[in-house]
Write a protein that binds this ligand. Structure first.
Ligand code: AMP
Ligand code: MG
Length: 419
């Protein structure tokens, strides 16, 4: 039996010693350096590959177009023969139509009727638009001079056989299906989508849509995180709810780790009495607590469980959502073979006023109205309604900042994060 090293190292989430509150960009850098694709690679028919991530670049199998063809309905001829002035040229019998080529050479001083998409026969280097021609059925009359090569698509002008048409890491789009079809690509090497499990934790949680006691709250994180994962292009696996009880959490993580590639948990990730996710991972000696210099966000727990990465997200829905976008999303992209996925965002004028302390990034629920970023009235981390009110996030920098009306702030739409 050949032994292969595990795809991720045990210390992949370790932070530099002595680090207290770690800035977001540093955590991004660390994840990029330590994580590698863990998704399996397989071959599949190109036409079925919408949404899959390419594991290898795709090469054109043939020229597009495969043969020079006409871009218009008109007449094909050899242009250099016809200078300034009017010309009358007789046509060969027959024509070239799309899918029904003219299979002979066109003699030098002759023209041929040719239709859009038809192969250009030998002897023709230019097509004259039919609108620029008078004809009696046998001859055509037109004015010169002609521009050699006009109205004609050259073989391979769009893509050359063996050229790379799509890079590894690309998530295949509908237009990519057109490009691969046009260049004769039949099969592609893709990453199998990641299976990402989502586990909620907490004795207070009731299943969304069920009857709930007064002291219970509905599990809002699990439907949200499952849907986010599906939008990111992974397979979302519902792992249910774990009670605040160590053995139960352990059993659930144990069985989940053999079933999925990555686990996202929410809740129980801090250092409180009932924070069983972090306590369990801690005891197993596999925990890394990230104290992230950002708001919202408490410590996030990261660990490898039997080689399966676990992202222990905060329980508050707003923090779970923001940490999901800011950390889990780009990391999952990388694990899935897509490469690190962090959006650029854009600078937009603010329509709000805010002063922030130095030493952490802040993410505010925001949306654009009349070209300006407005933010949700409350920064409360439990305010689920603000997540739906917002259409994106404003990111305030690590440094001290004083936002006033019209000052520029960085804004990411939810779509920028793949939602
Ligand atoms: P925890 O991190 O477990 O202390 O949870 C922090 C806060 O988030 C508490 O108010 C929890 O009730 C709440 N919370 C935890 N998990 C969820 C969830 N799945 N849906 C909604 N709220 C949650
Ligand atoms: Mg809890």
């Amino acid at each position: 039996m050949t032994l292969t090293p595990p795809p991720l190292k045990n210390d992949c989430f370790a932070l530099p010693a002595g680090q207290d509150w770690t800035p977001v960009p540093q955590i991004h850098q660390l994840l990029q350096q330590r994580l590698t694709p863990i998704a399996q690679v397989k071959s599949m028919p190109a036409i079925d590959a919408l949404g899959y991530v390419l594991a290898e670049p795709v090469l054109a199998r043939r020229d597009n177009p495969p043969h020079a063809n006409s871009a218009v309905d008109g007449y094909g001829l050899c242009a250099e023969l016809y200078g300034e002035g009017s010309h009358v040229v007789s046509c060969v019998k027959g024509r070239s139509a799309a899918g029904a080529p003219y299979l002979h050479d066109v003699p030098k001083h002759k023209a041929i009727r040719i239709l859009t998409g038809a192969s250009v026969p030998a002897g023709v280097d230019t097509i004259v638009l039919q609108e620029d021609v008078a004809t009696d059925g046998d001859k055509i009359a037109f004015n010169g001079p002609l521009k050699v090569g006009s109205n004609l698509r050259k073989a391979g002008e769009d893509a050359k056989a063996t050229a790379e048409i799509l890079p590894a890491g690309r998530r295949i789009t509908p237009t990519d299906l057109a490009l691969m079809a046009a260049t004769g690509v039949q099969s592609v090497r893709v990453y199998q989508p990641l299976r990402v499990g989502v586990l909620s934790t907490g004795d207070e949680l009731a299943e969304a849509g069920s009857e709930a006691d007064e002291h219970q709250i509905y599990d809002a994180n699990r439907p949200m995180l499952l849907a986010m994962i599906a939008r990111f292009g992974h397979v979302a696996v519902d792992l249910g709810v774990a009670p605040d009880e160590r053995n139960a959490v352990q059993t659930m993580l144990e069985s989940a780790s053999s079933e999925v590639d990555v686990i996202l948990t929410s809740g129980g990730a801090s250092a409180g009495d009932e924070d069983h996710v972090s306590a369990l991972l801690q005891d197993q000696g596999r925990l890394v607590q990230w104290r992230i210099a950002m708001k919202p966000g408490r410590p996030m727990a990261l660990a490898l469980w039997n080689g399966t990465p676990i992202f222990g997200l905060p329980g508050n829905p707003v923090a779970a959502f923001v940490c999901g976008l800011v950390f889990a999303k780009p990391a999952l992209d990388l694990l899935a073979g897509k490469g690190w996925g962090w959006p650029e965002g854009r600078l937009v004028p603010a329509s709000f006023v805010k002063r922030k302390k130095p030493g952490r990034h802040e993410y505010l629920r925001a949306r654009i109205r009349e070209g300006r970023a407005e933010v949700f009235a409350s920064e409360g981390s439990g305010r689920v309604s603000g997540l739906s009110w917002a259409e994106g996030l404003v990111e305030l920098p690590f440094e001290e900042a004083e936002v006033s009306e019209g000052s520029l702030v960085r804004y990411y739409t939810y779509e920028d994060f793949g939602l």
